[in-house]
Design a protein. Structure first.
Length: 344
């Protein structure tokens, strides 16, 4: 999806550095890159063989000397060197000029530690960002991207379910009043499907297959029409390829535990919300963003568990990127929502 035309030297960028996907928003242009956060590395010399979509296609299919790595885990950097190479590649891909020094805003989970935040800023600086690198918390960016009135004195509740973390926050007057960041999100849902097929069917499936099953058949609430599908994997007993038939009820059972953890995070945040703001949320409802918002029936499940109206944000996959981009477009007006970490 990346545009091929260079953006010009120094054009400012905001980056949603996600566990599953990295999105880049260029000032005045909108989202210019949306690629998986995956790097294929040649382990003999440490050079990247492929980055992004091309690297994701290689996952589970590489020879011994090539390893497909996801440098972020649970919303934070797990492999600094690989993350820096990935960022540098993406920035050069959209900028077309390796000497450009763009101003940059990077999104981070709300529960991130000072050390983890510093690692994100360092990776961006090494990849070519101008100092200082601005930081915006993901739930704030998601709320801006979902058109919530974050600067008004009213309670806005956002639930951003990404690849590595679920961010739940109540926002009022341009600040986060209460928030909870749990490291249960899209990746945990995939892992739950892999474990379920192992336990119930003695079938080993890969990450990509699990993700496809989640997208096509995943649900958090009984569906009007339950579906069935054939999935292929390796039989754990014979070691041979085998096909089994699964239903959406199977997948719902597989996802029960991580979905319950997300619901509990929403309830815990509501429990810590001041009464005046809780009354606003009761009226205006809870907004879901992130890829996890697309899980079938999650809105109905949350409505059933909390009694609150639930709405899914417009284009939930892009809410964080669009929100950080709006902060970039109005960087002087939005300065109160950004932090410079150690540079403040």
């Amino acid at each position: 999806m990346a545009r091929t035309n260079p953006l010009g030297i120094g054009r400012d960028l905001s980056i949603d550095l996600g566990t599953a996907n990295t999105l880049i928003y260029a000032r005045g242009l909108g989202i210019v890159l949306d690629e998986p956060s995956v790097v294929a590395i040649n382990i003999n010399d440490g050079r990247p063989v492929a980055v992004g979509l091309e690297a994701k296609r290689m996952m589970g299919r590489t020879p011994n000397h090539i390893k497909a790595i996801r440098p972020l885990k649970d919303g934070v950097i797990a492999d600094f060197d690989v993350c820096e190479k990935m960022l540098r590649y993406f920035i050069q891909k959209v900028h077309g000029n390796k000497w450009s020094k763009p101003r940059m805003i990077i999104c981070v989970p709300s529960g991130i530690t000072g050390v983890e935040q510093r690692a994100v800023q360092d990776a961006a600086e090494y990849a070519g960002a101008r100092k200082p690198v601005h930081i915006i918390e993901e739930p704030m960016a998601a709320a801006i991207g979902a058109d919530l009135p974050v600067h008004e004195p009213s309670g806005n509740m956002i639930v951003d379910i990404g690849g590595g973390t679920t961010e739940v926050a109540v926002i009022s007057l341009g600040g986060i009043v209460t928030a909870q960041s749990v490291r249960v999100a899209g990746d945990e849902l995939d892992e739950a499907i892999i474990e379920y097929t192992k336990k119930e069917f003695s079938l080993a499936i890969g990450d990509r297959t699990a993700e496809e099953i989640k997208i096509q058949m995943g649900s958090a609430w009984p569906m009007e029409v339950e579906l069935t599908a054939d999935i292929r994997g390796r039989d754990l007993i014979s070691g041979l390829p085998r096909t089994v038939e699964i239903t959406t009820e199977h997948i719902r059972e597989a996802l029960a535990e991580p979905v319950a953890a997300i619901v509990d995070a929403v309830k815990a945040t509501l429990d810590k919300t001041p009464p005046e703001l809780a009354a606003d949320i009761m009226e205006d409802g809870i907004t879901l963003t992130g890829g996890g918002a697309l899980l079938g029936g999650l809105d109905r499940r949350l409505n059933h568990e909390t009694g609150m109206p639930i709405r899914i944000g417009h284009e939930p996959l892009y809410s964080v990127a669009v929100g950080s981009g709006r902060a970039l477009e109005n960087i002087d007006a939005m300065r109160g929502l950004l932090s410079l970490g150690g540079d403040e």
